[in-house]
Design a protein around this ligand. Structure first.
Ligand code: COD
Ligand code: ATP
Length: 201
């Protein structure tokens, strides 16, 4: 079974993803893949440089992520241009990592993809698990984790589909407003409903 794990920014995907890893499930992490495909020397990084200029490249040749983030989260046109360059590379690498896990004999693979609903990967997930959070908790957690102002955090939240749309498209929703333990209990219940106990299933 391929599980698509998604949610909105700072809803708690990484937190749930870690719980799944601890239970033994193999997880493909799209945010990590997004970093791998722009490592120095990669074609995607060269394309980003061509589009946005050398101002988004640090002296050591790596991507200046905060700078590119400021650009794309405040401008839908730039965001779409970046997505057009980077998403095909991310998609290809996600599928490669999924296939590698399946080839190792895993029966269940988790794809942790923040933009699952916005991307062309939705069809690859047989079950969609959405991690949901209240608007208030989302804003507070995002500002705290990334050291953002309220305005910066709201721009990032606004660059994704609304939480309610994702909940409506989910096979199951885990509400991450309480303690981490309460979230874990909900997750275990969902897995059990799907006939899964641990990463060997
Ligand atoms: C703009 C970048 C360099 C900013 O890097 P930064 O280290 O500050 O953020 P990070 O990569 O950890 O992303 C944090 C969160 O932002 C959200 N996010 C990232 N990119 C996008 C996007 N293009 N559109 C909407 N939300 C996004 C996701 O929820 C993600 O989990 C980076 O986010 C990026 O390369 N984005 C494009 C790739 C992408 O779409 N990634 C999302 C996973 S497929
Ligand atoms: N139940 C919780 N109670 C308190 N804080 C939490 C809880 N769950 C997650 N957090 C914190 O909220 C922040 C966002 O969580 P996390 O990083 O898991 O979200 P995410 O959905 O993976 O975010 P992103 O889309 O940006 O990668 C983190 O700093 C995390 O430690």
């Amino acid at each position: 079974m391929i599980i698509g794990l998604t949610g909105s920014i700072a809803s708690g995907k990484s937190t749930v993803s870690k719980m799944l890893t601890d239970l033994g499930y193999p997880v493909v992490d799209a945010d990590l893949v997004a970093r791998q495909v722009v490592e120095p020397g990669k074609e995607t990084l060269a394309e980003i440089r061509n589009l946005f200029g050398s101002k988004v490249i640090l002296p050591d040749g790596t991507l200046d992520r905060p700078k590119l983030g400021k650009l794309i989260f405040n401008d839908p046109v730039s965001r779409q241009q970046l997505n057009n360059i980077i998403h095909p590379a991310i998609r290809k690498e996600i599928l490669r990592q999924r296939d590698a896990f399946l080839a190792q004999g895993h029966k269940t693979v988790v794809l942790d993809i923040p933009l699952l609903f916005e991307s062309k990967l939705l069809n690859f997930a047989e079950k969609i698990l959405v991690v949901s959070v209240s608007e208030e908790n989302q804003l507070l957690r995002l500002m705290k984790r990334n050291g953002l102002t309220e305005q910066e955090a709201l721009a990032r939240i606004g660059s994704q589909l609304p939480m309610a749309v994702k909940e409506a498209g989910a096979d199951a929703v885990v509400f991450n407003n309480g303690t981490i333990e309460e979230t874990k209990q909900q997750l275990v219940q969902v897995l059990s409903d799907w006939g899964l106990k641990n990463g060997n299933d």
